[in-house]
Design a protein around this ligand. Structure first.
Ligand SMILES: *Cc1c(COP(=O)(O)O)cnc(C)c1O
Length: 370
């Protein structure tokens, strides 16, 4: 039996009957740019994330950039983040002309180790971007306290973590901004690219909306330099149809994780994901195991040969990426991020996965490590 890493077709076929008429209705209106569907989605997603306001944007990457722009981050500035994340987190910092400053991760959660944060703050630091990687909240207690003490805004990269909770509170509304991605493989995915910024401050929320539309307010008057960061109304229609199902899909992901925890128990060399005590709702955008002893690639390859999808997120930590050479980092600078890059493997976790498929994945790993 082959098991794909991700199968979006099953979800689409169950949604198709309710979704297609709504897409047709939008096409009939020809109201493609912003408008009532985007506004309705903003209100609903803000509520899901426990935030007061939301601004629909063109992608998760642009959500990060527009939040940095709203804080006026630019050349000469530094922004602190994790080196073990998708490229876009640090890419957005550089697109503003600023410099990413990395803090190593906690090996149990793969999230920024807040105990190392304060040592990296300099007079040039302008913001902090924690990442809620794989769908589990970062340890926000120390981080928010340090940020507040230094007067630094916190921009949460919640692109993999819509609906996740830190001590019973939804991520995305814990800091000053929360960035979401609606890339198809995220827990709430659209039919292309999309994203959103959550925000609790009305003045900041207004600035985001102006920046998203070329810094234009009123029409053809530009007091800020923004760009086209708009979310398509067509994507908002797709997301409005999917949003009522998000909790069920999240529960299915959590059930898959529990099943894997049980099925993988006792396999020598496999570490299943660790639940952090403060992460009260892990939404499992990814289920990531650790395989030490230099055997990760053997398992990755072996699964592939058996028709089982798995992936390495991420094989090269950001401080060792070619494009960041000018930052002057070398191997050994962030040892836990480097070890995670060598040892982690993401297994299929999409909501429609069957028990037989999970058993197949676990059995294959057991045999490959025997
Ligand atoms: C997906 C993702 C992004 C970027 O989102 P896009 O919508 O693909 O631009 C940023 N950060 C993290 C952690 C992500 O997983």
């Amino acid at each position: 039996m082959s098991v794909p890493l991700l199968d979006l077709k099953q979800q689409y076929s169950s949604l198709q009957p309710e979704l297609l008429p709504q897409l047709e209705e939008l096409c009939a209106s020809q109201q493609f740019i912003l408008g009532p569907k985007v506004e309705e989605l903003e209100e609903k997603v803000a509520r899901v994330c426990g935030g007061a306001f939301a601004c629909g944007v063109s992608s998760g990457s642009d959500a990060l950039q527009i939040a940095l722009m709203a804080e006026g981050v630019g050349p000469g500035d530094q922004v602190i983040t994790s080196p073990y994340t998708f490229f876009a987190t640090a890419g957005a910092v550089c697109r503003c002309g600023a410099e990413p400053v990395f803090v190593d991760i906690d090996p149990e959660t793969y999230n920024l180790d807040a105990s190392q944060l304060e040592a990296k703050i300099t007079p040039r630091t302008r913001a902090i971007i924690p990442v809620h990687l794989y769908g589990q909240a970062a340890e926000m207690g120390t981080l928010l306290e340090v940020a507040r003490r230094h007067g630094l805004p916190v921009i949460e990269d919640a692109c993999q973590a819509i609906g996740a909770e830190w001590r019973g509170r939804r991520v995305g509304s814990l800091g000053d901004y929360g960035c979401l991605s609606f890339f198809p493989s995220k827990n709430l995915g659209c039919f292309g690219d999309g994203g959103m910024v959550i925000c609790n401050d009305p003045a900041k929320a207004e600035k985001l909306k102006v920046l998203r539309n070329h810094g234009m307010a009123p029409q053809y008057h530009h007091h800020l330099i923004g760009s086209n960061f708009r979310l398509d109304a067509l994507q908002a229609v797709v997301l409005l149809a999917k949003l009522p199902h998000l909790d069920d899909w999240t529960r299915a992901r959590q059930q898959n994780a529990r099943d894997y925890d049980r099925l993988l128990q006792g396999i020598d060399g496999v570490e299943t994901p660790k639940a952090a005590p403060y992460a009260t709702r892990h939404v499992f955008n990814q289920y990531v195991i650790r395989i030490g002893g230099g055997r990760r690639d053997h398992v990755w390859q072996g699964l592939k040969e058996r028709g089982i999808g798995s992936a390495v997120y991420y094989p090269i930590p950001l401080h060792l990426q070619e494009c960041f050479r000018s930052l002057g980092h070398k191997e050994g600078d962030f040892p836990e991020s480097e070890r995670a890059a060598r040892e982690t493997l993401a297994l299929p976790i999409f909501p429609e996965l069957t028990l037989a498929q999970k058993e197949e994945v676990a059995q294959a790993i057991r045999e490959l490590l025997a």
